[in-house]
Design a binder for this molecule. Structure first.
Ligand code: FAD
Ligand code: AMP
Length: 479
């Protein structure tokens, strides 16, 4: 095997592996080093996203939503059921099969593209050399014209609630539970906390979500966030905002969690006993063992590798992409950065519009947005208009028994340019794609209004919300 490549990518997650594939498509010789090992000791490409994040969480969300609907919704359709039960082992096996299939698929893609897969640890040495320590075998020094760092992120551990791997667990542990905890605590009402809380709630856990901030989903449009809080509480999630966890102690078979309650400042610390506690307070960039002395890579105060808008580190020929650099920690953001870098290295055009990155929360109802929130637009001082269309008025949503939530379009009052689209409701994560394209093409509300949407589809909600921005909605009262 060659010891020298045009490009070496360190990290084979959704930022690193697309960089490697695009580099190979561009005719460059490329190796991708990845050290991921699953709990059973097997090595796998795909990083957090495929092994312990996006994919397994969506697999469990799908299974548990079906189970929940069989109980809560089938009767409305006239489907009589009895004895519907969840086989957790079968559910987990399905998830594991999907993950194995997808991670194996990366190796197949590498083979087809001509990427050299290297499973083990990579460390950047000075002079664009990389020390590669395979899972089995001897250490080697490789060299490259360009190195792409894509080492990703790991869960933040709370000092006051350290992981014990059994009762106090991280998001990966929460995806692997073999039985349904009777009482489940979740610290953090972010995307991950809400998705994982929903999975186990639908299977019958009593779930309490403790969120330190007073506001709920502060990064989202607050009209959307208010609707989401209402809807998620209705699913049985006990979401407590203003609840800052101050300690968690494992006592026998339970975890006693203490927290301060901003809504009740006079009251002493509150306490909550649960069987399992998921700590989902965010992720931090991971650079452990990545950078040898003298490699010259600068980190910012939060540990992210410093890069410019095109993901160049300050070191000639060394780039960094994905969760290990600034910006939202999302798989699709990392993927586009990886592809951009591989194209720039090959002398092609590469650019990312960081203002137009969609966010999706895969709860039921689903939540998705792109662009600016109403709060951000208001703060910018520009004149704007909004249009809201409730799914209650959508024939398709009604037929789907999913008529909660709304689509909201925010546009500039003068130029009519769409500034943000916010959706809570069925398949919001799919519906948002149209809005992403609209923002990318700098479309106006009128462009959306004049685009024909098939009837009856959920996408009509986005169409009608654009119409509502000019008080011209047909199928609902204009709001
Ligand atoms: P990672 O996926 O973390 O991959 C980095 C890889 O590099 C890992 O395999 C790691 O082992 C390897 N590595 C690190 N250092 C070295 C080294 N020195 N040598 C060799 N290998 C190394 N995002 C979404 O967009 N949508 C979702 O629905 C979504 N759901 C999520 C659900 C959960 C529960 C979690 C935890 C995350 C979720 N995310 C989601 C976030 C998403 O997983 C991350 O944004 C994404 O994985 C980041 O990609 P990455 O390639 O930068 O890093
Ligand atoms: P995210 O970064 O989107 O994954 O969300 C993590 C959430 O955890 C944020 O909303 C934080 O406010 C919340 N959080 C962080 N520390 C604590 C804590 N000690 N107690 C409760 N919530 C916390």
């Amino acid at each position: 095997m060659a010891d020298s490549f045009d490009i070496i990518v360190i990290g084979g997650g959704p930022a690193g592996y697309p960089a490697a594939i695009r580099a190979a498509q561009n005719g460059l010789s490329v190796a991708c080093i990845d050290e991921w090992k699953n709990h059973d000791g097997s090595a796998a490409f795909g990083g957090t996203c495929l092994n312990a994040g996006c994919i397994p969480s969506k697999a469990l969300l799908e299974s548990t939503e079906l189970y929940h609907r069989a109980h809560a919704e089938f009767a409305v359709h006239g489907i009589r059921t009895s004895g519907v039960e969840m086989d957790i082992a079968a559910m987990q096996k399905r998830k594991a099969d999907i993950v194995r299939n997808m991670t194996g698929g990366i190796l197949a893609l590498f083979k087809a593209a001509g990427v050299t897969p290297l499973q083990g640890h990579g460390r950047l040495l000075p002079g664009r050399q990389v020390e590669f320590t395979p899972h089995e075998g001897e250490k080697r020094t490789l060299s490259a014209k360009h190195v792409v760092l894509a080492s990703g992120s790991v869960p933040v551990e709370l000092k006051v609630a350290p992981f014990d791997g059994r009762r106090v667990i991280d998001s990966w542990g929460a995806l692997e539970l073999a039985s349904v905890p009777k009482r489940l605590g979740v610290i953090g009402a972010g995307v991950i906390g809400l998705e994982l809380g929903s999975v186990w709630r639908r299977l019958g856990s009593e779930v309490v979500v403790l969120e330190a901030m007073d506001s709920f989903l502060s990064i989202a449009d607050q009209q959307l966030a208010r609707e989401a809080l209402k809807a998620l509480k209705k699913t049985g999630l006990d979401i407590r905002t203003g609840a800052k966890v101050t300690g968690a102690t494992v006592k026998g078979k339970e975890v006693v969690v203490t927290y301060t309650d901003a809504r009740n400042p006079d009251k002493a610390e509150q306490s909550l006993s649960v069987d399992t506690l998921i700590v989902a307070v965010g992720r931090r960039p991971f650079t452990g063992g990545l950078l040898a002395e003298g490699a010259g890579i600068a980190l910012d105060e939060r540990g992210f590798i410093k890069v410019d808008d095109h993901c160049r580190t300050g070191v000639e020929g060394v780039w960094a992409v994905g969760d290990v650099v600034r910006g939202p920690m999302l798989a699709h953001k990392g993927k586009e950065e990886g592809v951009m870098v591989a194209d720039l290295i090959a002398g092609r055009y590469g650019h990312i519009n960081y203002d137009v990155i969609p966010s999706v929360i895969y709860t039921a109802p689903e939540i998705a947005w792109v662009g600016q929130t109403e709060e951000q637009v208001k703060a910018s001082g520009r004149a704007y208009k909004t249009g809201v269309f409730p799914f209650l008025a959508s024939g398709r949503a009604r037929a789907m028994e999913a008529a909660g939530g709304f689509a909201k379009v925010i546009a500039d009052k003068d130029s009519d340019t769409i500034l943000g689209v916010h959706i809570i409701g069925p398949l919001a994560g799919e519906l948002i794609a149209e809005a992403v394209l609209a923002l990318e093409y700098k479309a106006t509300a009128e462009d959306l209004q004049r685009t024909i949407h098939a009837h009856p589809t959920l996408s009509e909600a986005v169409h009608e919300a654009a119409l509502a921005a000019d008080r011209r909605a047909i199928d609902s009262l204009n709001r």
